[in-house]
Design a protein around this ligand. Structure first.
Ligand code: ZN
Ligand code: ZN
Length: 111
């Protein structure tokens, strides 16, 4: 018997594919690329890690990252933004182009 904790993968309650952890959806920290849906962290299932699942996770993250970076979440500050460093949330001073792009990115993520 080993006390080593088993490595697990969080999975979508609908399609059983792995989900991505993210902060771009307020209150829903897990995202399924396959269903284009966000879930709360207690709403997802989990399975034992496998190399095959890791390949899916890597591909999902590679797909997700460039879209998610365009999302301006509520209550989010950007590290590279002087106005955010001044204490404002990024939404309070983001340009209308950036906000429109954020809305497009959210639509791409949530279908
Ligand atoms: Zn799913
Ligand atoms: Zn900012």
């Amino acid at each position: 018997m080993s006390d080593e904790p088993k490595r697990t993968v969080a999975t979508c309650p609908h399609c059983r594919q792995p989900v991505i952890s993210t902060l771009v959806f307020g209150g829903a920290e897990k995202y399924c690329r396959h269903c284009k849906q966000a879930f709360g962290m207690f709403d997802v299932d989990s399975v034992e890690w496998t190399a095959e699942l890791q390949l899916i996770i890597d591909a999902d993250r590679a797909w997700f990252a460039p879209i998610a970076v365009r999302c301006i979440a509520h209550g989010m500050r950007r590290r590279d933004c002087p106005q955010c460093e001044g204490g404002e949330y990024h939404r309070a001073h983001a340009s209308s182009e950036a906000m429109a792009d954020s809305e497009r990115a959210y639509r791409e993520l949530l279908g």
